[in-house]
Design a protein around this ligand. Sequence first.
Ligand SMILES: [Cu+2]
Length: 299
Amino acid sequence: MAMRSLTLFCARGRLAPLFFCPALLLASCSTPSNQRVYALQGQVLSVAPNHGEATIKHEDIKGFMPAMTMPYKVKEATLLDNIAPGDLINATLVVVSNDAYLTEVKRVGSAPLEKPSVAAPAASSGFELLKAGEAVPDASFVDQDGSKIGFSAFQGSTVVVTFIYTKCPLPTFCPLMDRHFATIQTSLKNDPSLTNVHLVSISFDPITDTPPVLKKHARTLNADPRRWTFLTGTRDDIDQFAARFGVSVARAYDNPLDITHTLRTAIVDADGKLVKVYTGNEWTPEQVLMDLKPVVRSS
Ligand SMILES: [Cu+2]
């Protein structure tokens, strides 16, 4: 089931107040088939028009993730037919290796909705979205080796850039971006016409994702440092840079580790000009590789 990209957020407890008695909280259990199953309790903040997903502010999921606000796919759209914003629900979160979805959604009450449920769109953050053909502004980062590097240092290579954080808990969010980049990296190695393509993953969680953490993360993904660079930097630099691509990052006022974000992946040509932005998590490595060919040829 496709996740609606425009409403794609991954969040960590952005709106802090607790709705639920901790004693009622969540148990997890393992089933055979490598599938993990967790009880989820929370408040529905919004339901996607196609009922394919709902944004839920939920409590800690013991052994899996802290309290967060984020969208969850549902196994079948009918599960959300009688669910509306404000509803308190109990549901089962099913996590398989590369996917996660809710099933057994039950309405158990309702409560007034708090403040707005999603991060402000990048367009309203004061930063103009980059358009295709526009020069990507330079920004200062630190790479996985701790070296200072400007984004302009990648000029001369066609760049595929994405924004992630290593603590992202759901397989269909940042970890999917990592897997897609790993797939692209393999294809780049096997295609001599694409030797001059470089992958860049920028973390917007500089507190956790220090250079050593990024380096370890890169190793886990078999990232070849000649092909794939991980960057972090100051929060403001990252947020401003990311906003130009349409990434919005919001952190809880009382805990900067609680992050809500959208996903964007972009191709930047060898002259440092934006070619294309992919929204959310619905793009495929094949699509990016196809789109890269004419860019690489013309540069
Ligand atoms: Cu994420």
